[in-house]
Design a protein around this ligand. Structure first.
Ligand code: HSE
Length: 309
């Protein structure tokens, strides 16, 4: 039976100040997903590698959940087997659930001869994000599917705008050795904010998007400040401010939380300085009593990609 194999990239949501509305795909890490028909008329997860903590029960797994939604939407009772090879760590702030579910949806759309549009695939994957985190957001699933930097200005009706990718940006992602489920990271967020804080934040978001479209990375740096989410979540990540300072002192022009954390993402206009930034972040996490791994990467213009042909 035909097997479709898909590579799905990790993603970093929020782009510092664009909570829930901006995210980008990175070149590494990524998941690999395999999907094939079975004769059992049921959706099964036959293998998971790269993670011990992910449930292979089809009723608890996000990728299997969105595949059920896909099958309902196209009105089929066809059985399907999923194999997940996790490269994106779970609970890392790197869009692990998005990579698994978007990869499976992309594979399913190929297996069934493209019945759904990209927008419909993103909408289904958003249901998976809500299943896992309790909140609908597309800032991981949209860039995971489409690659590059995506802006989701409106969720209903869903709108996705692909932003230009500055050519000279390098990223260092430092992932400390503990899991932080998005659901937990969202519990600490304020329900209301002061108007003057909101004005600062939407000014930064507007400046960020304008800088991307002007391909002006020097100007971009001015707007990468988060007045709302980072202050609330920093306490969830031991050593957050020390790691942030270490990255900036080592030459990064921005360092903040990737998605819901606990990974921190630092940006540089000099990708050759990435090794030094990674060492500085690692040392700072060690100083806070945490071991961490670092990914030195770039924005990926590719999203989900078929790799079995
Ligand atoms: N925008 C979401 C959040 C992304 O920050 O909670 C979760 O990966």
């Amino acid at each position: 039976m035909k097997t479709i194999r898909i590579k799905a990239p990790a993603t970093s949501a929020n782009f510092v100040c664009g909570f829930d509305i901006i995210g980008f795909a990175v070149e590494s890490p990524g998941d690999e997903v395999e999907l094939r028909f079975n004769a059992a008329k049921t959706i099964r997860i036959t293998e998971i590698t790269g993670s011990d903590s992910l449930s292979s029960n089809a009723n608890e797994n996000c990728a299997a959940y969105v595949l059920q939604l896909f099958c309902q939407k196209i009105n089929t009772r066809q059985g399907l087997d999923i194999r997940l090879h996790k490269g994106v760590p779970i609970g890392s702030g790197l869009g692990s659930s998005a990579a698994g579910s978007m990869g499976v949806l992309y594979a399913a759309n190929i297996l069934f001869d493209s019945p759904l549009t990209d927008m419909e695939l993103v909408s289904l994957a958003m249901q998976g994000e809500a299943f896992i985190s309790g909140a609908l957001h597309a800032d991981n699933v949209a860039p995971c599917l489409l690659g590059g930097i995506t802006l989701i200005p409106v969720q209903d009706p869903l709108q996705i705008i692909s932003c230009p990718v500055p050519p000279d940006l390098g990223f260092v992602i430092a992932l400390p050795d503990f899991e932080l489920p998005t659901k937990e990271a969202r519990k600490v967020l304020p329900e209301t904010i002061a108007l003057k804080t909101a004005v600062k934040q939407w000014g930064n978001v507007a400046g960020l998007v304008a800088s991307l479209f002007r391909k002006d990375t020097e100007q971009l740096a001015m707007f990468l400040r988060d007045h709302i989410i980072e202050p609330a979540r920093a306490a969830l990540i031991p050593g957050f401010y020390q790691v942030q300072r270490a990255a900036l002192e080592a030459g990064a022009f921005s360092c903040s939380i990737s998605g819901g954390g606990p990974s921190l993402v630092a940006m540089t206009r000099h990708p050759s300085a990435s090794g030094e930034i990674a060492d500085a972040m690692k040392n700072a996490f060690t100083g806070a009593g945490l071991s961490c791994r670092c990914y030195v990467t770039r924005i990926s213009k590719k999203g989900c990609e078929r790799v079995d042909t």
